[in-house]
Design a protein around this ligand. Structure first.
Ligand SMILES: [Zn+2]
Length: 324
């Protein structure tokens, strides 16, 4: 089989803004970027107002939020001369709104009193335009990090937000910390013929939901070694020809998913890891194609959501050069 590759940029890797890190420490520049800038607001659950069809975020003039940048505002970057910011908000929302058409829809949205539809990145990420997807991914990553970086890891004193959201600074010892990202590998394992893919499900997932195997990189471990270890631990199979495919940020709360392909012998019996995996099986390519054609699910097989790199990898493998 010809090795497959990802034929497009993964959904949450489509950022278009210039991060412009020099602006983050330039107070005059920051003030100007606020005056002419746009803001996305994000609630504690990572939801932001979107257009009714989900095609983009509903940003607003920064000066409609505050005259000067609030302490918790983060500068996401610049695009076409416009500064884009994010501000965390306590929004009064009515829960349970239906997601826009064609979104994954596992995570219901919410409605504000003025009728704005709020959705989270997992539900809406694949519908958003490139700029919106990049903005919300970065905003969620930064706010999730700040929520867990309130105290200094060295002396325990309280830490404040610095560098327009791109650092925390300890009030006690002055130590600075920068946003953390945890690397995780995710691997599409197929058989030698390339006609079957190894999928597994976790006990907490809805019935029939399957995905490719994934796990966090351990200290002192290479990405390739992590792929081999995770697959072996989870299903008892040795893989070879480990090959990089692509990556995307996955800020839930702070991962980057690093995608690989690998080959395994389908005749080797699968040995399931207790607790972590409930079931694993080799799924024929025709079944994955049928599920993709049906919008992500057929009887007995629900694929990962369209925002995930897992879905992207499965589509690239099952239907080369044809996006689902
Ligand atoms: Zn400190």
């Amino acid at each position: 089989m010809t090795p497959f590759s990802l034929d497009a940029v993964p959904m949450l890797a489509r950022s278009t803004v210039d991060r412009n890190d020099e602006s983050r420490v330039d107070p005059a520049r920051l003030a100007g970027l606020w005056r002419s800038g746009r803001v996305i607001v994000v609630d504690r659950k990572g939801r932001s107002p979107v257009r009714p069809d989900g095609s983009g975020l509903r940003d607003r003039p920064a000066t409609s939020v505050a005259d000067v940048p609030p302490a918790e505002a983060v500068l996401l970057g610049e695009d076409d001369g416009v500064g884009y910011w994010a501000v965390p908000v306590e929004a009064e929302l009515t829960e349970g709104t239906r997601p826009p058409p064609n979104s994954w829809g596992v995570w219901p949205g919410a409605t504000s009193s003025d009728g704005e539809q709020w959705h989270d990145l997992r539900a809406i990420g694949s519908l958003l335009d490139d700029r919106s997807a990049g903005l919300l991914t970065t905003a969620v990553a930064l706010f999730n990090w700040h929520a867990r970086a309130r105290f200094c890891a060295k002396c325990g004193a309280e830490a404040g937000i610095a560098n327009a959201g791109w650092a925390s600074r300890c009030a006690g010892c002055g130590r600075e910390e920068y946003p953390r990202t945890d690397p995780a590998v995710i691997c599409l394992v197929h058989d030698v013929a390339g006609e079957h893919v190894l999928l597994a499900r976790q006990p907490i997932w809805p019935p029939d939901r399957y995905s490719v195997l994934a796990g966090f990189v351990e200290a002192g471990e290479s990405l390739e070694a992590c792929v081999r270890r995770e697959v072996c631990e989870e299903v008892g199979v040795d893989v070879r020809d480990v090959r990089y495919l692509g990556s995307q940020p996955w800020p839930f709360p702070r991962s980057i998913m690093i995608g690989f392909a690998a080959v395994a012998d389908r005749s080797v019996p699968l040995t399931i890891a207790d607790g972590e995996i409930e079931e694993a099986r080799w799924v024929p390519r025709v079944d994955v194609r049928a599920a993709l054609a049906a919008g992500g699910a057929i009887d007995g097989l629900i694929l990962p959501g369209p925002t995930s790199i897992a879905r992207h990898m499965l589509a690239a493998w099952a239907v080369p050069h044809l996006r689902d």
